[in-house]
Design a protein around this ligand. Structure first.
Ligand SMILES: Cc1cc2nc3c(=O)[nH]c(=O)nc-3n(C[C@H](O)[C@H](O)[C@H](O)COP(=O)(O)OP(=O)(O)OC[C@H]3O[C@@H](n4cnc5c(N)ncnc54)[C@H](O)[C@@H]3O)c2cc1C
Length: 391
């Protein structure tokens, strides 16, 4: 007698229903011209169309999925946020133009802003009616952020700002900027970051000049921003004046999160695309390139497993390790792409795309805290090595 094998039926959970909801939404709203638009080194690509798409996402309640319901969000648990980012990336939906507002300053205002600040800004951020940029880095203060010298003083009920920021992504399209500025001198012998404040500054005013910086890719995604007696209202300081460091660090912590999972689904698409190019150029018959393509897949599987684990477990220097792993992976894919292109004719479109990818990924190990800084964190916090002398 043969046994009848009864196929196992996976229980339908609310998460499955949620996955279907976002899939359906994307199937209805994502047009072909938007698929794959934007991304590393392509922030200016199809910008008006991506902005319109972000506004549609907002109408669907997707931009504020992670925000608490009390602040206009959907209060989605981490698992649902992961599902959203997975499906978004899997569908090839465009790179988001609203991320600085919805994932950085919005959550910061929810956690540390005043009720007035929240009422004023959160609805516009959620609706993507307002775009933001991040004014931290300066010519003399990047890794050493406590060294910012942009100053702000209270004068006649307003903050007046003078100084310069640099590498300010999307400042050319931003309506507002969150600026780390010195409002009080650092106490002698005290921490250097004391006396800094976190100010919300409107970008469209005579005291602000935005000068684009031309990048290696030929594009200009970031800028120099000059403050010459630029002003903002006295009430637009987040947290206490002089205590902005804590707020600035909170914003950076919000930057990393469930979106990292979606980023890695995007990496999988990049790898799949490169394998398709490798088939065209004949690189798949080269044993060394086959080996590197295979290793890229394996390393990505490990990276993904580690990232998912880090979302629910407090791993040592968790976000630093992820940053080190993904930047090494993506730069490695850029290097590999150059060798895949060299193996044969990939056609002009693929050649342009992968050359741009290779060039842009040089920046991966610099922004979001350079890899040297991340290794320093691992050295000191995990291995307990002596603190490095600071210049
Ligand atoms: C694509 C891109 C987008 C960016 N967008 C923004 C933005 O929107 N807003 C913003 O404020 N900034 C932005 N930045 C700036 C970014 O945060 C800084 O470039 C970064 O913090 C490094 O600072 P820096 O460029 O001043 O280099 P530095 O801090 O001067 O570092 C120079 C080199 O020295 C190394 N180094 C420095 N200190 C140490 C140390 N203690 N130990 C070991 N090595 C060290 C660094 O790793 C690096 O290799 C962006 C940068 C890039 C590339």
């Amino acid at each position: 007698m043969s046994l009848r094998v009864i196929p196992e039926v996976a229980p339908v959970t609310d998460d499955d229903a949620f996955r279907r909801e976002i899939r359906d939404w994307l199937a209805t709203n994502l047009t072909d011209e938007l698929r794959g638009a934007g991304g590393p080194g392509r922030e200016n690509e199809a910008f008006p169309q991506r902005l319109a798409f972000a506004r549609r996402l907002a109408e669907g309640g997707w931009t504020t999925l992670a925000w608490p319901v009390a602040h206009g969000g959907r209060g989605a648990p981490l698992q649902r946020q992961v599902i959203f980012h997975e499906e978004y990336a899997r569908a090839g939906a465009p790179s988001r133009v609203d991320h600085i507002g919805t994932t950085m300053v919005g959550p910061t205002l929810i956690a540390l802003g005043t009720p007035r600040q929240r009422d004023r800004f959160l609805p516009a951020i959620a609706a993507v009616d307002q775009l933001w940029c991040q004014g931290y880095s300066e010519p003399g203060a990047g890794s050493d952020l406590a060294g910012v010298t942009t100053r702000a003083r209270l004068d006649g009920g307003r903050w007046v700002l003078t100084g310069q920021k640099v590498w300010t992504s999307l400042a050319h399209v931003a309506d507002w900027c969150f600026v780390l500025a010195r409002t009080e001198p650092a106490p002698p012998g005290g921490p250097r970051h004391a006396g800094l404040s976190y100010l919300l500054v409107p970008m469209r005013q005579p005291g602000i000049t935005v000068r684009p910086i031309r990048q290696l890719t030929g594009d200009s995604e970031f800028n120099e921003v000059f403050f010459d007696d630029a002003t903002t209202e006295a009430g637009l300081v987040v947290g206490e004046p002089g205590q902005g460091w804590r707020v600035a660090m909170a914003t950076l912590a919000f930057e990393r999160g469930a979106a990292t999972v979606g980023q890695q689904v995007g990496f999988q698409r990049d790898l799949d695309d490169l394998v398709a190019v490798a088939r065209r150029t004949g690189a798949t018959t080269d044993p060394a390139l086959r080996d590197r393509l295979t290793r890229a897949w394996i390393d990505l599987s490990v990276l993904r497993a580690h990232t998912l684990r880090s979302l629910t477990e407090d791993l040592p220097a968790g976000s630093s390790v992820i940053k080190l792993l993904w930047t090494r992976w993506r730069q490695g894919l850029g290097d590999l792409a150059m060798d895949v292109l060299a193996a044969g004719d990939a056609g002009p479109e693929a050649t342009e795309r992968w050359q741009r990818y290779f060039l842009f990924t040089r920046a991966d190990t610099i922004y979001g805290g350079s890899n040297e800084i991340q290794r320093g964190i691992v050295a000191e916090r995990v291995l307990g090595l002596p603190r490095q002398a600071r210049g």
